[in-house]
Design a protein around this ligand. Structure first.
Ligand code: KG4
Ligand code: ZN
Length: 391
């Protein structure tokens, strides 16, 4: 079975084509036929964050040509047939996505299905104007090729992004012991999700204000560092540790001892702001390194301690980390070390760097789990973008 996956929930336009080779009890074993991505990060960097309407425009410009690139990469033989009645597809796409329509009408509308069995597309959560681009493109293609369209939850995608590479382009899901706990940490989300089994999720905690990645980005901005700030803060904090700089400050750990599994990062961010305000300007390199380390220590401390508590309260066997902040070295070290010393039987998985940030591969896998389970419709669903879609 071949699945085309489409992801446009934030600032990456991502497409993937995967072929399911077999399904084991652990999950699918599959081959990546093609995997393409265009990032809008540089554009949004100028504004210090992602603007929904700008994101939508960029997705609309990118998605058609990226689809052509995807088919080229997969080396599928493409044939064309004379135009039949496509009025319905054309009308809908023209009204909803004029820019996508132009490319679609010129390059795709006469294309015969080169062996794609289903399309999985992110329905939410995310920026609704951005989500609509992927959904409208997917709907047009699914109607054209008469194949099922499966809505995928972006967060479920991050949960299943811990795929293991078997060899070359062949990947599989590692065999996991359930219940698992997923720590989802990105620029838009900070959540703890209990995974009783694939497709059985229960959100047990989330941030009440800023996402942890957003806090990294905002603190980076206060320090005059480029967007996205997470990797920069992480690099400077590691420098401070390597140089053994004496610690000059510590920041509060919000909600560290609260009895729930929720987070809050906005107070931490404000403490950093007040601390910077009282320092002589311009900030010295040492000041910046010190602040980066103290902030990272506080943020990661909260993530790790809450994760440990969630492990203990829920008899967790496996920990899955997902989202851009999963790349953070300090989080990886601290979480692995803490689990190894307190619960050596628990396995911890982090995604590969390219699967931790937004990508379409994870959407394809999430979509497949629904097809396999029979929970996905076999018709073209009247899909809608759902900005706040929950698991
Ligand atoms: O998952 P992602 O690519 O996009 C969202 O869905 O948000 O995550 C991006 C976020 C940004 O806030 C970025 O600063 C953060 O992940 N990030 C990091 C690191 N690498 C990326 N935060 C801390 N340390 C890192 N090494
Ligand atoms: Zn994401």
């Amino acid at each position: 079975m071949r699945i085309l996956a489409i992801e446009t929930s934030c600032d990456e336009t991502a497409l993937a084509l995967i072929e399911i080779l077999e399904t084991t009890s652990a999950g699918p074993k599959f081959k990546i036929l093609a995997n393409q991505l265009v990032s809008q990060m540089k554009l949004h960097a100028e504004f210090g964050g992602v603007f929904p309407t700008l994101a939508k425009r960029e997705h609309a410009r990118a998605i058609g040509p990226l689809f052509t690139k995807l088919l080229d990469e997969a080396k599928l033989s493409i044939t064309y047939k004379p135009e039949t009645d496509r009025t319905e597809i054309i009308r809908e796409l023209l009204i909803r996505e004029p820019e996508v329509f132009l490319y679609f009408a010129e390059h795709i509308i006469k294309m015969e299905n080169p062996g794609v069995d289903a399309i999985a597309v992110t329905a939410g959560p995310g920026l609704e104007p951005a989500l609509w681009v992927g959904i409208n493109f997917a709907r047009a293609l699914a109607t054209l090729w008469h194949i099922p369209l499966i809505p995928a939850n972006h967060m479920e995608g991050h949960i299943v992004s811990i795929v293991a590479q078997e060899s070359g382009t062949t990947f599989s899901m590692p065999p996991l012991s359930f219940p698992a706990l997923s720590l989802l940490v990105s620029g838009g989300h900070t959540e703890l999700v209990l995974v009783e089994d694939w497709l059985k999720y229960k959100k047990i905690g989330e941030t009440r204000d800023d996402a942890v990645g957003e806090a990294f980005d905002k603190v980076a901005r206060m320090l005059g560092l480029p967007y996205p700030g997470g990797p920069e803060i992480s690099r400077l904090a590691d420098e401070a540790r390597r140089l053994g700089l004496p610690s000059t400050t510590t920041f509060p750990r919000p909600m560290l001892t609260s009895p729930d599994f929720d987070f809050s990062f906005s107070g931490l961010k404000t403490s950093v702001l007040y601390h910077i305000r009282d320092l002589p300007k311009p900030l010295s390199t040492t000041d910046i390194q010190n602040i980066a380390r103290a902030f990272e220590d506080a943020a990661i401390d909260v993530l790790v301690k809450k994760t440990m508590r969630a492990i203990e309260m829920n008899n967790v066997q496996t920990v899955l980390v997902g989202g851009g902040v999963a790349n953070n070295n300090h989080l990886q070290r601290t979480l692995r070390d803490t689990i190894a010393s307190e619960h050596p039987d628990i396995k911890v998985y982090f995604p590969r760097v390219d699967f931790s940030t937004d990508n379409a591969l994870m959407i394809g896998i999430a979509g497949f789990l629904h097809i396999k389970d029979g929970t996905a419709g076999t018709h073209i669903e009247p899909l809608k973008a759902q900005g706040n879609l929950s698991l």
